[in-house]
Unconditional design. Structure first.
Length: 208
């Protein structure tokens, strides 16, 4: 695909539900569809990470962030074919370069794993085995009153808890789809069923 074709495809985003969001590290190739889904092809060696173990800082991953006012619940469906080490796609909540969370499927140790990375100056990493179809899953994140609640789903109906963590109280956050390929380029990711609302306020053990 030549530069002119990429520009035409990229312009399709402007008429979609994603138009109110802002790119951090806009990918070279992406497009939106009439069903309000968004397709992204990752650029070469993209990632989000700060210091821990590796010693480096990476802030080159693709993130399409919606600005919120105060607390929120955000939800998205993710489809991707994870194949190479550290291929990843999911959702991100971000205050700044040093304070953020990313979560989703990440390919690690020869298998796709459900994982989250919470960063307060430096990053942690919490991967877990995934029992569903890694090419089709949902994520939900709620931030309210200094607490972040992260859930995932394999069917869009039941939402087990993936992580509960302190997260800074702020007047505004950015939240939205995220994808990276630290070892390569060209991971094709489709995001759909995006929603952003006031915090759900459900009981911690409510799986609906």
């Amino acid at each position: 695909m030549d530069k002119k074709q990429i520009e035409v495809v990229s312009q399709n985003l402007e008429v979609s539900i994603w138009q109110s969001a802002q790119w951090l590290n806009k990918p070279s190739l992406y497009q939106s569809f009439a069903d309000h889904s968004l397709e992204v092809f990752t650029d070469y060696q993209t990632d989000f990470w700060r210091e821990t173990h590796y010693g480096f800082i990476r802030d080159s991953g693709h993130f399409l962030g919606f600005e919120t006012t105060g607390g929120f619940t955000a939800q998205v469906r993710v489809n991707a074919d994870f194949r190479e080490l550290y291929d990843q796609a999911g959702i991100m909540v971000r205050l700044n370069e040093q304070t953020w969370l990313k979560a989703g499927i990440e390919y690690n140790d020869g298998m796709p794993m459900i994982s989250s990375v919470l960063t307060h100056g430096s990053s942690d990493w919490a991967p877990s085995c995934f029992s569903g179809d890694p090419s089709d899953f949902w994520l939900r994140v709620t931030v309210s009153e200094g607490v972040l609640r992260l859930q995932y789903s394999t069917d869009g109906v039941t939402w087990p808890l993936l992580r509960l963590a302190a997260f800074p109280h702020a007047e505004r956050y950015r939240v939205g789809p995220m994808c990276c390929t630290p070892q390569r380029q060209g991971l094709r990711v489709r995001f759909s069923e995006w929603s952003l609302s006031a915090p759900l306020g459900r009981d911690l053990h409510d799986l609906s």
